[in-house]
Design a protein around this ligand. Structure first.
Ligand code: NAI
Ligand code: 15L
Length: 268
């Protein structure tokens, strides 16, 4: 498919920085947006998701949006309401007004964080498992998915909601062995989500094809996503350092891990 101009919100963050490095190789031309300046990128737009005029200008003329900006961990309800709930609404409204028809939304495993994690031999978690947000953060991502559905049904704007597991250069916990998405697979999945046809509103699980996978990747593969990575090479070291997951430890009982018991608070 032809190169596409893509607005990347949250471009200064961890995932935004990884994707800024990887997505241009797929032919995407990126326009960058974040509340804080993006290092080394003088053309990046520095604005808050609360600034509707800035958003309207930022989305004008792009073919698609990858929406990563927002609070990425647990916080107070009021802060989550502003950044993630109102912020995502503001972005969708700007996109509607400017006729942008494709959004890739960074949702999260924490929409379904209280889903019991499968034990060996159990079926994988399906993409239509009931929503069980584990935090106000997860609740805000659940809202984002519903907003995406509304904007498809009412306005014909398409979204791929990617319930990202853990996208970091390397997995850093035993839980992450099951939900890790390598940055390279992340770029493959975002590229597929940008370019697949007729996605309407599709929810996908975002991870690599890990040996210890907990969830089903069928809807992600249906977009043309072909993961190439597996966290398994990191398993022996992480298990030696941290021990195997313990079914009796509440921190290990659910997909959302310690977000269900002791969520990390934003900012880190
Ligand atoms: P991050 O916290 O490193 O980056 C988020 C970025 O959004 C920051 O640069 C921040 O300045 C910006 N931002 C926050 N509030 C804003 C506002 N009101 N207006 C404009 N910009 C604002 O998070 P990370 O890890 O890069 O995640 C990116 C997105 O992906 C987030 O939406 C997060 O919830 C989601 N996600 C990430 C996962 C991961 O493994 N990295 C897992 C699941 C979801
Ligand atoms: C998320 O949603 C967070 O944004 C990210 O920082 C990780 O904590 C990830 O989930 C995870 O569950 O590991």
């Amino acid at each position: 498919p032809a190169p596409r101009t893509v607005l990347l919100t949250g471009a200064a963050g961890g995932l935004g920085t990884l994707m800024r490095g990887l997505l241009p190789a797929y032919g995407h031309e990126l326009r960058l947006f974040d509340a804080v300046p993006v290092e080394g990128e003088p053309d990046a737009i520095t604005a808050d998701l609360g600034d509707r005029e800035a958003l309207r200008e930022a989305v004008r003329g792009v073919d698609a949006i990858i929406h990563l900006a927002g609070i990425s961990l647990e916080s107070t309800f009021d802060k989550i309401l502003k950044a993630n709930i109102e912020g995502t609404y503001n972005l969708y409204e700007a996109a509607r007004e400017e006729g942008v028809l494709r959004i890739v939304f960074a949702s999260s495993n924490h929409v379904v964080g209280y889903t019991p994690r499968p034990l060996p031999g159990d079926p994988l978690i399906p993409v239509d498992a009931p929503r069980r947000p584990d935090t106000f953060y997860g609740l805000s991502k659940s809202f984002g998915e519903d907003l995406a559905q509304l904007y498809w049904d009412r306005h014909g704007m398409e979204t791929v909601s990617v319930r990202i597991g853990s996208c970091f250069p390397e997995p850093t916990s035993v839980r992450m062995l099951s939900v890790w998405m390598s940055p390279e697979d992340g770029a493959r999945l975002f590229h597929a989500a940008l370019t697949a046809e007729d996605v309407r509103h599709t929810v996908v699980h975002g991870s690599s094809d890990n040996t210890r996978l907990w969830w089903d990747l069928t809807t992600a593969r249906a977009l043309g996503y072909e993961p190439r990575d597996d966290s398994e090479p990191y398993a022996a070291r992480l298990i030696a350092e941290q021990g195997e997951l313990d079914p009796d430890n509440p921190d290990h009982a659910h997909l959302g891990g310690h977000f269900c018991t002791n969520p990390p608070i934003w900012p880190r």
